[in-house]
Design a binder for this molecule. Structure first.
Ligand code: ZN
Ligand code: ZN
Length: 139
């Protein structure tokens, strides 16, 4: 067994390959079920509403989004999540489809992504204006 740091609460724990400690794992599962049930009955609810009505902290909802267990709909996901690589708004997960593909290609070709010609960053829309249109969905 390996001692790892829990990805959620940062506490060290004995890991069997999992990224969350037992407590967080159980908590997140429980919260996920609660959110899923709430969304079945309240289709199109936003993060704020879900957080308030279920009592699940935003932090957990964001984590579930990054884990691709939840997704946000709406134009560019309302700017709630951004790609960890190119900072473009995404609807779920940690990276946009393009960057994910690039990482896979880079690994397959064994080329460091930094050696590639730099892409011109695409102009970001004003995020403020699209916030609030995002609706949570169960993947
Ligand atoms: Zn934990
Ligand atoms: Zn990206």
């Amino acid at each position: 067994m390996e001692v790892k740091q829990c990805e959620f609460c940062r506490a060290p724990f004995q890991s069997l390959g999992n990224r969350l400690c037992g407590d967080c794992h159980a908590q997140l599962d429980e919260d996920f079920i609660m959110i899923r049930e709430y969304l079945y009955e309240n289709e199109g609810a936003g993060i704020e509403e879900v957080s308030e009505e279920t009592g699940v902290p935003r932090k957990i909802i964001l984590y579930l989004l990054k884990e691709e267990r939840l997704t946000v709909s709406g134009e560019k996901g309302g700017g709630i999540l951004v790609c960890e690589s190119c900072k473009r708004p995404i609807n779920t997960g940690r990276m946009c489809g393009r960057c994910k593909k690039e990482v896979v290609t880079a690994m397959q070709e064994n080329i460091a992504p930094v050696s590639r010609p730099k892409r011109r960053p695409e102009k970001m829309e004003e995020e403020e204006s699209i916030k609030g249109v995002a609706k949570l969905q169960v993947k």
